[in-house]
Design a protein around this ligand. Structure first.
Ligand code: NI
Ligand code: MN
Length: 228
């Protein structure tokens, strides 16, 4: 059994574990970095961290085409239900659940979560995933830095995926602080260079991570993967 993480551009992620295909925040249509097409990508599960358009993205269209189950908070669940999407598992911050692909816990995220039509999207989340082959992955999703992130790394992390773009989320300096608190084996930066206000030098950030922490950074181009 293997677990593979793939960066699909901006803050779109795919994880394949034990034959299950997870898609996280599938904003593909209109995403200048997208390494996949919304009308072609495969998914068994779609995880939605919050309601912003660059995260909920093409979730509905992909769920309708593939039959994938959407996993999101209670407020986004209500919004999806009103649009006829019924294969949804709702969770909320601090809550974990044993899914067929592994244990998924919703973590706190310091951000907003309104939906594209202005509907209330509840609180935004990050994800802490423990796969069935015992790989632990933390997807911070859109968040500012908070020191309790240290707690997400307490049981060890094989991979942390962190935003470094600044402006909307943690910037490089705070993302480096997060790496030091989380102590993951591997770290991948995301949510940068998609728009003019989030331009960053990811290689320079990776060099700082290498020099100042025990984590191994991987600056993945959209479409590139990391096998854990
Ligand atoms: Ni956002
Ligand atoms: Mn975002």
């Amino acid at each position: 059994m293997t677990t593979t993480y793939t960066f699909l551009g901006h803050a779109v992620h795919a994880i394949e574990t034990g034959g299950h295909k997870l898609l996280i925040d599938p904003f593909l249509e209109g995403n200048p970095q997208a390494a996949a097409k919304a009308d072609e990508i495969a998914a068994d599960y779609i995880l939605v961290s919050h309601g912003h358009a660059d995260h909920i993205g093409d979730s509905i269209a992909i769920a309708q085409r593939t039959g994938a189950q959407i996993i999101c908070n209670a407020e986004i669940f209500e919004w999806l239900y009103r649009q006829g999407i019924e294969n949804v598992h709702e969770q909320h911050i601090g809550g974990g659940y044993q899914h067929p692909f592994g244990h998924l816990k919703f973590t706190h995220a310091q951000h907003g979560s309104s939906l594209p039509d202005g509907s209330y999207g509840g609180n935004p989340a990050g994800f802490l995933l423990t796969t069935n082959d015992n790989k632990r992955i933390y997807l911070a999703c859109d968040t500012g830095f908070y020191s309790d992130m240290a707690l997400h790394g307490e049981d060890g992390l094989d991979l942390a995926v962190l935003p470094i773009g600044d402006n909307y989320t943690m910037g490089p300096k705070d993302a480096l602080r997060a790496v030091k608190l989380l102590s993951p084996k591997h770290v991948v930066p995301c949510h940068y260079n998609t728009f003019p206000v989030i331009q960053q030098d990811a290689e320079a950030w990776a060099a700082q991570v290498r020099a100042q922490s025990t984590a191994t950074p991987h600056v993945l181009k959209p479409g590139e993967s990391l096998t854990l």
